[in-house]
Write a protein that binds this ligand. Structure first.
Ligand SMILES: Cc1cc2nc3c(=O)[nH]c(=O)nc-3n(C[C@H](O)[C@H](O)[C@H](O)COP(=O)(O)O)c2cc1C
Length: 341
């Protein structure tokens, strides 16, 4: 083991050293390559792809294959999340993803969406330990030791069937290299609160790295959850929407200025357009502008714009306004202090 293996806040997934315990959660429609790269540059330890259909990969579906696009310079290790209810196609897709550059294969066992669960995929796997064992064991063997298999689960199907501790042991026996857990049941969806007590219990019950997840909104939350749960890492989902700077703050960096935000949003937009539609960026813009003065008017405006240059101009104007507001606030503050000596 390298000397720095014992250093705090670093951990291994298979042979890959993950240098920060703050990870970007996989999010459909959000965790595309441009956003993953930005999060990693800001200091996220890992940024897994959104869930990708194993069948789509096996059937060489063009759109699905595009999800495997990544930036090998920044995305190291590159973690690809697959979903599927059929062991054979899951393994075939995992082998294909590994051939095209994935270093880690993550299996989605948490997605609560009916379209996914009715095929036996996502959180439908939570209740079938035999199938889970077989899938992870056989996938691990097929991929070999160079490509670790990780899993992301929820606490259980519903409040009557919370089984993540047992499942964690099954996964560990099957060769799972790290386990991420969103502290809610499938039935909860996103309601209620994430159950961090059970996440802590899971951490204490297995030897493999545990990545806790759920309701981390601020850097403080992330640090507190990491410390209190004893987890090896925590994953941030909604707290990183329009806020990749959360990872920089966690790495001890400064909060982003409006000018920096503007630069990153424009870059994200340009890169987004290389792989997706303009319309699909509107939700990112809504997140980027959330909580900022005049964001309502900005959101309304961008809903009507469908030309790249007009959107870029709207972004620049909005953030420029913010920097002027920030400057005025600073000036006011100095004046105030002078006035009162
Ligand atoms: C828009 C959105 C899309 C998501 N897509 C995925 C996904 O593709 N795969 C996955 O494992 N979880 C997905 N999730 C769940 C998140 O990874 C995470 O477990 C959940 O949001 C709880 O964490 P949070 O409270 O930090 O947001 C998604 C969540 C959101 C909000």
């Amino acid at each position: 083991m390298p000397a720095f293996a014992g250093m705090t806040n670093m951990f291994y997934i298979g042979k890959y050293l993950i240098k920060s315990p703050y990870l970007l959660a996989p999010m459909a429609g959000v965790s595309e390559m441009p956003f993953r790269v930005i999060a990693l540059e800001m200091g996220a330890g890992l940024a897994t792809t959104e869930l990708i259909s194993a069948k789509g990969i096996v059937h060489q579906n063009e759109r699905t294959q595009r999800y495997l696009k990544h930036d090998p310079k920044i995305e190291y290790p590159f973690s690809v999340q697959l979903f599927g209810g059929e062991e054979r196609s899951m393994i075939e897709a995992a082998l294909y993803a590994a051939k095209t550059g994935a270093h880690i294969i993550d299996i989605n066992m948490g997605c609560p969406v009916k379209k996914v669960t009715k095929t036996g995929a996502g959180s439908a796997l939570l209740g079938d330990q035999k199938r889970v064992y077989s899938l992870v064991k056989n996938m691990t063997q097929a991929l070999g030791p160079e490509i670790p298999v990780t899993v992301k689960v929820r606490t259980g199907w519903d409040s009557e069937n919370i089984n993540c501790i047992d499942l964690g042991k099954v996964l560990e026996d099957a060769g799972c290299a790290a386990l991420a857990i969103h502290g809610r049941t499938r039935a909860q969806g996103y309601s209620g609160k994430a159950n961090w007590e059970i996440i802590q219990k899971l951490k204490q019950s297995v030897q493999i790295p545990i990545i806790g997840n759920g309701d981390i909104a601020t850097p403080k939350d992330a640090q507190k959850r990491l410390q209190e749960s004893g987890c090896d890492a925590v994953m941030i989902g909604r707290g990183a929407l329009g806020n990749p700077w959360i990872f920089r703050e966690l790495a001890g960096g400064l909060k982003a200025t409006p000018q920096e935000k503007c630069q990153i949003v424009l870059r994200h937009f340009e890169e987004h357009l290389e792989i997706n539609l303009l319309k699909a960026f509107r939700s990112h813009l809504a997140w980027y502008s959330k909580g900022i003065q005049n964001s309502g008017a900005f959101r309304e405006k961008i809903m009507r714009l469908d030309q790249k240059e007009a959107v870029k101009e709207a972004i620049s104007t909005f953030f420029l306004e913010q920097s002027q507001i920030a400057e005025n606030e600073t000036t006011d503050f100095v004046d105030y202090r002078q006035a009162f000596g």
